[in-house]
Design a binder for this molecule. Structure first.
Ligand SMILES: [Ca+2]
Ligand SMILES: [Ca+2]
Length: 256
C-alpha cells in the first residue's frame, strides 16, 4: 500500500485526512509542500518528493478540519473563514476532490468547525459554533451530504437531412427535499455551432423528489464525409446540488 509522505510540520496543522492515495492537510499556512497552498493542501502517495498536488481550494483563513467522501472534500474553518474553493463560504464547504472548487452546499457556520466526519451519507461537524444558516445550533450538527449531479455522455448518428435531437440525461444521486436549480449551456468541441448543432442554454429545476432531467439539443445532418465530431453540455450548480460530473459530451457519428 502506498502511503503519502507526511510533510514535516513547520506550521500548525489542525486537520488531517488520509485516503488510500492522498493525504489532506488543513491548518494555518500560506505555503505547504513547496507550493502556495493557503490553509489547505493535498499530497499524493505517488509523489515521493513531498510536493503538494495542484489541488488548491485557497481558503482565506486558518482551516481546522478536513474529511474526504467519494468525490467531495469537506473543509471546516477555524471561525474567520469566508472564502473556500472560490466561493463565499462561512467556515464550512464541500469542494470537488478533482478541482478544489466549492459546490452549492452552503451551511453557513458562524464560528469554528473543529472536527468533521462523514458516514452513511451524512456529514457530522463539531466545534465552537452557535448558529448554522442563521438558526441556533451549538457545538454539534449533522447534515445530509449534498445530492450529486452527473451528466451522461451521448452519441447520435448524424443523418443526411434535417435535424436530430440529442438528449443529455442529468441525474441526481438521490432525491432531495430541496428544490435545485442548475444552469446549462452547450460548448463547441470539434463540432461547431451553428453549422453542426444548435446552441442551447437555460436552467433546469429539480423539484423535491425529482432525480432525472433531460436537455435536448438539435444536431444538423449533412452529407459531408468527415470525422466524428463532438460538443459539450456544461452544467453549473445553484444551491444544494454538488456537481460530480458537470460535463456531458455528445459525439456526432458521421455516416457519410
Ligand atoms: Ca450524414
Ligand atoms: Ca457528415
Amino acid at each position: 500500500m502506498h502511503r503519502p509522505p507526511i510533510p514535516i510540520p513547520t506550521v500548525s496543522y489542525f486537520g488531517i485526512a488520509p485516503t488510500q492515495d492522498t493525504l489532506y492537510v488543513a491548518g494555518g499556512f500560506a505555503h505547504l509542500g513547496g507550493q502556495e497552498r493557503p490553509n489547505v493542501a493535498e499530497f499524493s502517495a505517488f509523489d515521493l518528493d513531498g510536493d503538494a498536488t495542484l489541488w488548491n481550494p485557497q481558503a482565506d483563513a486558518t482551516m481546522s478540519a478536513v474529511a474526504r467522501s467519494g468525490d467531495l472534500v469537506y473543509l471546516g474553518g477555524s471561525g474567520t473563514v469566508t472564502t473556500i474553493g472560490g466561493k463565499s463560504r462561512n467556515n464550512l464547504a464541500a469542494v470537488s476532490a478533482a478541482t478544489g472548487t466549492a459546490n452549492g452546499w452552503n451551511p453557513d457556520v458562524n464560528a469554528g468547525v473543529d472536527t468533521l466526519s462523514v458516514s452513511s451519507k451524512r456529514v457530522y461537524a463539531g466545534g465552537s459554533f452557535t448558529s448554522i444558516g442563521g438558526l441556533d445550533q451549538t457545538g454539534f450538527a449533522s447534515f445530509s451530504e449534498p445530492a450529486k449531479l452527473r451528466v451522461d455522455n451521448v452519441r447520435v448518428t448524424e443523418g443526411d437531412s434535417g435535424t436530430k435531437l440529442v438528449r443529455f440525461h442529468l441525474r441526481l444521486s438521490r432525491a432531495d427535499e430541496e428544490t435545485m436549480v442548475v444552469a446549462f449551456a452547450t460548448k463547441d468541441g470539434s463540432a461547431h455551432r451553428p453549422a453542426d448543432y444548435g446552441f442551447t442554454k437555460g436552467f433546469l429545476v429539480f423539484l423535491p423528489g425529482q432525480r432525472a432531467k433531460t436537455v435536448e439539443v438539435k444536431v444538423n445532418a449533412d452529407v459531408l464525409a468527415e470525422e466524428n465530431e463532438a460538443f459539450l453540455l456544461k452544467v453549473s450548480a445553484a444551491d444544494n446540488v454538488a456537481i460530480a460530473d458537470g460535463t456531458g459530451r455528445a459525439t456526432i457519428v458521421d455516416d457519410d
